[in-house]
Write a protein that binds this ligand. Structure first.
Ligand SMILES: NC(=O)C1=CN([C@@H]2O[C@H](COP(=O)(O)OP(=O)(O)OC[C@H]3O[C@@H](n4cnc5c(N)ncnc54)[C@H](O)[C@@H]3O)[C@@H](O)[C@H]2O)C=CC1
Ligand SMILES: O=C(O)[C@@H]1CCC=N1
Length: 265
């Protein structure tokens, strides 16, 4: 199976690295092209991928075509590859805010298409990806397309109406969790830790907390209660964070993310 990437930016690279680590396909069976020739040729050479001279050459050589460009250029790029696509190839879009209807409108109503929203953690096999297939993508073909994401983490089939919320609390939220880790780390620096040491402590604590939550099947609120000793330090911190608007600040950030992604197209 040949997998082509149109666009080799941050997200495409994370998927490619995840696929290579999982030995999902031999490296040379991954075909790449992007707007930055210098970059994609070097990147392909570094990892043994196959560079292609154009977007249409990627489509011609691939069974699965991953559309990994930013929303602003999607109309032009799809117009360019439209003639090379056929019902024998599966188009997998990772473009935030672009619906299956829109992709069908830009291509052909007979094409099998998987809309997906991965996150950057796919690079280390810890991705969280939402998928929605159009009516032309069924059975083994659908399973094959989804298996690309199963190789790089967890997969959830969602209604398209849930994608923008998912994108905010998963795709974008990787940055928000890192923002939180960085904030914890800066607090450590305030009290004399080096940034490196504070970041290691904050990151391991975040990783361990997520792991405990999932392994224990407890709710986050139950975990908060377990850590908050009566009359203790943690509850004092929780109350001060709430007073500063922790929860409303997170919700406002997610609201803004959803508003931006639904305004894309
Ligand atoms: N970065 C992330 O964590 C996530 C990104 N996405 C989606 O992935 C897509 C790409 O995002 P990033 O990788 O962050 O952006 P990026 O800016 O890092 O990469 C975009 C890529 O598209 C290429 N490109 C631009 N115009 C092109 C053209 N005409 N033909 C071929 N390639 C072209 C660029 O050369 C670059 O390789 C976006 O649609 C975004 O919504 C989805 C989920 C998570
Ligand atoms: O920032 C963005 O637009 C993309 C979508 C989800 C994560 N990154």
């Amino acid at each position: 199976m040949k997998i082509g990437f149109i666009g080799v930016g941050a997200m495409a690279q994370a998927i490619i690295q995840g696929l290579l680590k999982a030995e999902f396909v031999p490296a040379q069976d991954i075909l790449v092209h992007s707007a930055h020739q210098d970059h994609y040729e070097k990147y392909a050479a570094q990892y043994g991928l196959t560079p292609k001279e154009s977007n249409t050459a990627v489509v011609d050589g691939s069974d699965l075509v991953v559309l990994a460009v930013v929303p602003a250029v999607v109309t032009d790029v799809v117009a360019e590859i439209r003639g090379a696509l056929s019902a024998k190839k599966t188009l997998i879009s990772i473009v935030s805010g672009v619906s299956l209807d829109r992709l069908e409108e830009l291509t052909d109503y007979n094409l099998p298409i998987l809309r997906s929203l991965p996150n950057i953690n796919s690079e280390f096999g810890q991705g969280m990806t939402a998928v929605a297939a159009n009516e032309n993508l069924t059975g083994d073909r659908k399973a094959q397309a989804i298996s690309l994401y199963q190789a790089t983490g967890s997969v959830l089939e969602l209604k398209e109406s849930q994608f923008s919320v998912f994108s905010a609390i998963s795709g974008s939220a990787v940055a928000y969790v890192d923002f939180f880790i960085d904030s914890l780390s800066r607090a450590g620096v305030k009290y004399g830790f080096t940034k490196e040491m504070a970041t290691q402590i904050a990151a391991q604590t975040t990783l361990g907390s997520a792991h405990s939550l999932m392994a224990s099947k407890k709710s986050p609120a139950e975990m908060i209660d377990k850590v908050s000793s009566p009359g203790g330090d943690t509850i004092a911190g929780i109350l001060a964070m709430e007073e500063a608007g922790f929860l409303p600040s997170v919700i406002k950030g997610i609201d803004a993310t959803i508003a931006k992604s639904t305004g894309n197209h």
